[in-house]
Design a binder for this molecule. Structure first.
Ligand SMILES: [Mg+2]
Length: 226
């Protein structure tokens, strides 16, 4: 393995912290105030654009001629420190990994930097790949994955991807990456591993580097934690 790709939101911190709720309000605000969309159309359009393009931003670019950079600044203008605290266990587990770690997010680099700082793990990441990597095309479209691989200069089989969203991980798996789903609750089959937290995912990667055969797709290896 030559790279560990971590998703950002709801992967590096628990979705129960509800940081996305703050961003959610800002997305609606942008659609109303900047894009000029009538209030009664906002929810329906968000659903449609999410379904059709994987992200609200793509729909706004295609149908409302908005400036994507203004959108990214506006929707990520939230106080991440109101929800996030330094995560020492995650920091320690990332620090012992001998494989470079990268952020691969559908958000913006600036948002990612703020989240990493708030979690106390900014030093643990070599680079951030954001929604700009493939002209604002989000995961799970293949283009941003190819953009990351091209930038790193390595094949997909050399990567392990860690994500809370199974659709995004499905694409990673299709391309040939190893996959770890970070999601508590119901078990989702088909990935190399499913764990509850990013810290557990980092620990699993470390264990895997010590013992490569420990990360296979089989029911026995879809452990909680490791
Ligand atoms: Mg996520």
């Amino acid at each position: 393995m030559n790279a560990v790709l971590f998703d950002l939101d709801n992967t590096l911190y628990h979705p129960g912290l509800n940081l996305f709720a703050l961003i959610d309000v800002r997305i609606n605000g942008f659609m109303l105030e900047i894009a000029g969309i009538p209030a009664d159309e906002v929810d329906g359009l968000r659903k449609r654009y999410w379904h059709d393009y994987g992200a609200t931003l793509q729909g706004l670019i295609r149908h409302h001629n908005i400036d994507p950079e203004s959108y990214l600044d506006y929707v990520h203008d939230v106080d991440v420190t109101a929800r996030l605290r330094p995560d020492q266990i995650l920091q320690q587990n990332l620090a012992k990994l001998q494989i470079p770690c990268y952020i691969f997010t559908n958000g913006s680099r600036q948002h990612a930097e703020r989240v990493l700082l708030a979690l106390g793990i900014a030093e643990q990441f070599a680079q951030i790949f954001d929604i700009r990597i493939a002209a604002y095309q989000p995961k799970p479209n293949p283009e941003p994955y190819h953009g990351v691989l091209q930038s790193l200069g390595i094949p997909a089989r050399e990567c392990i991807m860690i994500e809370d969203c199974s659709a995004n991980l499905n694409q990673a798996r299709t391309l040939g990456m190893k996959t770890i789903l970070v999601q508590d609750g119901k078990k989702v089959p088909g990935f190399n591993l499913q764990v509850d937290t990013a810290a557990a995912a980092a620990e699993a990667v470390w264990q895997w580097t010590q013992k490569p055969e420990s990360l296979r797709v089989s029911p026995e290896t879809r452990l909680k934690g490791v």
